[in-house]
Design a protein around this ligand. Structure first.
Ligand code: NAD
Ligand code: FE2
Length: 383
């Protein structure tokens, strides 16, 4: 059985941010809440989205206090400010951090209650206020997913609001908006996009509809990530990354992630490591455990990543994908070992416990079942 979910409308291509005007007019929007962050605003990117909204005559409340890697308290702060409002449009312009706050607020304001009520799977009873999400990084694909991710410090992990109703009304994927992303964010968020395509491809929920996006997304990212890390002004490479990242979101919505994300979340929450970096730290080490559980798929990944597999057996060809991912992350300057980011070995048992206890949703998607001891061994291999 196959099923896939999408925003109601998706725009892709340089200059498409101008379509916010038509979208706002289509929705007959009068009052919009606009979520972004100070980095995106300071780079002049938020302004490019505000102009078409203003041209549509929309009254806009701007909230630019979305922090990178938000905690649930950050969502509560945004919610407290707008609790009494009933806007007819919510706009999120930024990376995953701003988009996750925007889509959550759109869902919570339509349903009442508090942010923590909705941490979990399909807990929103009613549709959201229409939301338009405009990614400014090529990474999370959050403009296409039913997820919004928040760290919950008291549990030492990241948890998600997962609801079909927070897939936005429209996604506008305009690669021009990513030209100002700093190199480190380009590299780390690009690795995140690759994990989405790859984890959704190898997990047991994958199906023909999601695989279409997983495979094409990996091809686009494999061809563009090194280029965009070397030269951030390469618009063709930026476009390929933006599309690959969006496809990553679509296949996450269709099939879900896996153990790379499950093991990355405790790192991100406890050590405030950017999401793409914490994925990179786990990426090849989890693949090493997984490749034998789905050798044909991992052999295909090896070929997509440019490995020569002619004349090799399937298992051998599959194994090449591990080194290919490790080299790609390193070439882009994203760390692949815990020691590089100052995570001490003595915390590994706690990380393993947190991943095992709180990430069963994602661990259930992994091609190989992992015990808490297995998870600890993976963290040790990554030390
Ligand atoms: N909802 C989902 O499906 C999903 C999927 C994966 C990750 N996430 C979450 O997304 C968050 C990470 O998002 P991210 O990697 O996109 O980064 P981000 O949103 O945290 O942004 C990182 C930094 O880049 C800056 N930035 C972003 N776009 C810019 C631009 N165009 N020009 C200049 N600076 C820019 C921001 O100001 C910020 O300082 C994490 O919280 C992660 O857990 C969500
Ligand atoms: Fe991710």
């Amino acid at each position: 059985m196959s099923s896939i979910r999408h925003p109601r409308r998706t725009w892709f291509g340089p200059g498409t941010v101008a379509r916010l005007k038509e979208e706002a007019e289509f929705l007959r929007a009068r009052r919009a809440l606009f979520f972004t962050d100070k980095g995106v605003r300071g780079a002049g990117v938020a302004g490019k989205a505000l102009a078409p909204l203003k041209a549509a005559g929309v009254d806009i409340a701007i909230y630019d206090d979305c922090p990178a890697e938000p905690a649930i308290a950050d969502l509560e702060k945004a919610h407290a400010q707008f609790k009494g409002e009933r806007p007819d449009l919510v706009v999120g312009v930024g990376g995953g951090s701003s988009m996750d706050i925007a889509k959550s607020i759109a869902g919570i304001l339509a349903n009442g209650g508090a942010p923590r009520d909705y941490l979990g799977v399909e807990l929103l009873p009613k549709p959201s206020i229409p939301a338009i999400l405009v990614p400014t990084t090529s990474g999370t694909g959050a403009e296409a997913t039913p997820n919004a991710i928040f760290s919950v410090p008291e549990q030492g992990v990241k948890l998600a609001i997962v609801s079909t109703y927070i897939i936005p009304w429209a996604a506008i994927v305009d690669p021009d908006l990513t030209l100002t992303v700093p190199q480190k964010v380009t590299a780390a968020s690009g690795v995140d996009a690759l994990t989405h395509c790859l984890e959704s491809f190898v997990n047991p929920n994958s199906h023909p509809l999601s695989e279409l996006y997983s495979v094409r997304g990996m091809e686009l990212i494999a061809g563009a990530l090194r280029k965009v890390c070397r030269d951030g002004s390469d618009l063709q490479a930026r476009s390929d990354m933006a599309l690959g990242s969006h496809y990553g979101g679509v296949c996450l919505a269709g099939a879900g992630a896996g153990a790379i994300h499950a093991l990355a979340y405790p790192l991100g929450s406890r050590f405030h490591i950017p999401h793409g970096v914490s994925n990179s730290l786990m990426f090849s080490h989890v693949m090493k455990w997984n490749f034998e559980a789905a050798p044909a798929k991992f052999a295909r990944i090896s070929r997509i990543l440019g490995e020569r597999t002619e004349g090799l057996g399937e298992r051998e060809a599959a194994g090449l994908s591990v080194g290919a991912v490790e080299r790609l992350c390193r070439d882009c300057g994203v760390p692949t070992r815990l020691s590089e980011v100052g995570v001490p070995a003595h915390v590994i048992p706690e990380l393993a416990e947190a991943a095992f206890k709180t990430q069963q949703r994602l661990l259930g998607f992994n091609p190989r079942k992992l015990t808490q001891e297995d998870i600890e061994a993976i963290y040790r291999a990554a030390a």
